[in-house]
Design a binder for this molecule. Structure first.
Ligand SMILES: Cc1cc2nc3c(=O)[nH]c(=O)nc-3n(C[C@H](O)[C@H](O)[C@H](O)COP(=O)(O)OP(=O)(O)OC[C@H]3O[C@@H](n4cnc5c(N)ncnc54)[C@H](O)[C@@H]3O)c2cc1C
Length: 321
């Protein structure tokens, strides 16, 4: 990898890219995505997952930001707690939807006050219906690329962006989708995290497209996002997050595991889901993926099982760059 990350911040908080580098020569690093909790029970579940993952030394953990700012206060509060009260490296998601530039600037300030230097910059989807018509806030931004520039101009922040192995659902074609991703990287993003996918070839083709369009930006890490399916019910959630139906071969495997009986064979579906995620992770590692990013829905068990299948365990933390 030839990409040179921006220098570490004055506060000494490493960037995501520096954290990935600290794992070089060891097993491919992993990272996890959390969601801000909705209530006390959700908060307790999140913290159980946080403490379990903490023992496994993920390269970073990210915290989503609800549509249109619906989780603003919780995202800022919990991400700040992760920064202050754990050994984890938190990445705060930030979305443009529903916010003026002044509000976005003040949110970035709130993140900085909480000790957060790594931000995943996103446009976000229209609240209510993610596939509905997109309307820019009258004093906001149109595309994530503009928000990358705003965050970078505000100070010493390390920025990541979203990428889409099958293209974003609003992009006219894969070439323009790739060009928009490269524009976000040129604007100052240091890496991207992909939308979840179930065909590794889609990830590999995205990587090839970016490298062909701009070899220098193509050297920045493209981090694949995975979600182990644990029940037929989570298939719907996975399809929402993929923005596409699951591949027929994956659905067929899960349905076969569920069986023909009146009751779904839940244990077999879960086992198949963990196997599918493990096989994808093995291929991604073989293909040189820089990190494996897991959607956890604030549960540690399924991701831990995939990691155990890959031979990951509780290991000493790598030295930070
Ligand atoms: C890893 C990951 C994490 C996410 N986390 C969250 C979250 O926490 N909260 C949340 O609400 N959503 C989240 N999302 C969803 C994301 O906000 C949506 O997918 C959104 O529709 C696209 O965001 P973006 O940042 O890629 O937008 P953009 O990069 O702005 O792209 C939006 C659309 O505009 C096109 N486009 C971009 N630039 C231009 C241009 N210059 N001219 C014309 N067209 C252009 C793009 O191809 C795309 O079709 C996440 C997505 C991913 C992959």
């Amino acid at each position: 990898m030839t990409f040179d990350p921006a220098p570490s911040s004055i506060s000494g908080t490493p960037s995501v890219v520096q954290s990935l580098r600290a794992h070089e020569g060891r097993a491919v690093p992993f990272s996890v995505e959390f969601n801000p909790p909705r209530d006390a029970a959700g908060e307790a579940r999140l913290w159980r997952a946080v403490r379990e993952f903490e023992c496994m030394h993920p390269a970073f953990v990210s915290m989503t930001y609800g549509a249109g700012g619906s989780t603003k206060d919780r995202t800022v509060r919990v991400t700040g707690q992760l920064a202050r009260e754990t050994t984890l490296l938190p990445v705060a998601h930030l979305t443009a939807v529903g916010h003026s530039v002044a509000e976005l600037r003040s949110l970035v300030g709130a993140y900085a006050d909480s000790g957060i230097r790594n931000i995943l910059v996103l446009r976000g989807d229209p609240p209510g219906d993610p596939l509905g018509e997109w309307h820019r806030h009258p004093e906001g931004v149109e595309y994530a690329e503009e928000l990358v520039r705003i965050v970078r101009d505000l100070g010493d922040f390390h920025v990541g962006v979203a990428s889409f192995p099958q293209g974003h659902h609003r992009s006219p074609d894969l070439d323009s989708d790739t060009a928009f991703l490269v524009a976000k990287l040129r604007a100052g993003a240091e890496y991207s995290i992909t939308q979840m996918f179930f065909e590794v070839d889609h990830y590999l083709r995205l990587r090839d497209r970016v490298a062909a369009l701009d070899p220098s930006e193509g050297a920045k890490p493209i981090i694949p996002e995975l979600m182990p399916i644990t029940s037929l019910r989570t298939v719907t959630r996975a399809e929402e997050l993929c923005g596409r139906p699951l591949p027929a071969s994956v659905l067929e495997r899960l349905r076969r595991a569920a069986g023909d009986g009146p009751e779904e064979n839940k244990a077999a579906v879960r086992e198949a889901g963990i196997e599918i995620a493990t096989e994808m992770a093995q291929r991604l590692i073989a293909e040189g993926a820089p990190c494996l990013h897991f959607i956890t829905l604030n549960f540690a068990k399924a991701t831990s099982e995939v990691l155990a299948n890959l031979g990951y365990g509780v290991t000493p933390a790598p030295a930070r760059a």
